[in-house]
Write a protein that binds this ligand. Sequence first.
Ligand code: FCB
Length: 472
Amino acid sequence: MSPVSFPSTFLWGAATSAYQIEGAVREDGRTPSIWDTFAHTPGKTAGGDHGDVAVDHYHRYRDDVALMSGLGLGAYRFSISWSRVQPTGRGPAVQRGLDFYRRLVDELLAKDIKPAVTLYHWDLPQELEDAGGWPERDTAYRFAEYAQIVGEALGDRVEQWITLNEPWCSAFLGYGSGVHAPGRTEPVATLCASHHLNLAHGLGAKALRSVMPARNTVALSLNSSTVRPLTQDAADLAAARKIDDLANGIFHGPILHGAYPESLFTATRQLTDWSYVQDGDLATINQPLDALGLNYYTPALVSAAGPDHSGPRADGHGASEHSPWPAADDVLFHQPPGDRTAMGWSIDPTGLYDLIMRYEREVPGLPLYITENGAAYDDKPDAEGRVHDPERIAYLHGHLAEVRRAIADGADVRGYFLWSLLDNFEWAYGYEKRFGAVYVDYTTLERTPKSSAHWYGKAARTGTLPEIDEVF
Ligand code: FCB
């Protein structure tokens, strides 16, 4: 196989999430999620942007599926809006909400596109936040109930399931730095929320399996960081270790290995005694997984901070005077050298290779999927209305080549989902940052595939990466 050809079974997909694209926030019984509330709170998002209309995918899903089909994509990862199917976060489901997802899935299947469902991509029903949110243990039980409802409704036609998307962002940005909904800035709540998200994953995986055909697969998507020390000095290595525990170990420790890292307990001892970890929780969290989803954009570069330096707060998704990282004021984040995307994120495809190989070593035999990877650029249509985005093509080529290298080195990577199918609501950045392979005109909502969409479509159809400068 040539270095740019992928196995014939490799899945070529694109990803989105409900609040970022659906709109229709008050239709068919949907109630507000924490993101509706947060985005409508002055000062929380760029330009006061919100997802009320987003890219109107709720009404245009057929066109969006047709777009994917035209490009030749084989898979589509999307998320379910919890408050659309279970408005108060508890009790019976709203059939109209579930029907939307049934129609979407049927449309995908009719076009031979494999659906991959994410149950939770950050949009907690507001009523559950009012009852305490993720720092409250009951939220994990509510999630399990919701997982069962969706598993029962769609388990007959969706094989690939993802419980949570990037629980780090839910906990550390939602309850730590507050740049994401619900916008709380409480270090202990951040750690407690992390544990309850882990518990939600375990309970949710069990609930899904109790109602779904055995052929279906259950995974979760972690934004596992590749954490690099600035130097090999002991203090910098210790700083990298601490961030690795807080970024990765806090989730994959209990989920993949049934235990939190001891070093995480030590590092956070002055804040919390972790008494919210109850007997039996670790066994519940440590459910067997069928696959692991890795989301990767950029690596982290860290060092020990000097004694009088509290350091810039790297969180990637927005600036805050509050650090997302509990108990890490002694760590300094650095901007790695080299090119950056419009998010200011440095471009380093080898970080993806390193991440894949780490999990290949850590959980040998567990199939891996890249469930998100992509880049924002300031795309603009030219005089003919075409959108050329050579930087995105270079980004995708670079990262896919590293995926291919990892496969050649023995990693079991089964598929790749480009973030994102469409330009969409990029959380705290609103509509300012465009991650789509398909351009969206936010006045007319017209969709125009960028050159990268054509480039990626050709990769999907042929299983081989086109040249970086091939003209589309
Ligand atoms: C990830 C999120 C996704 C999008 C990308 C850019 O962390 O899962 O929704 O915001 O970043």
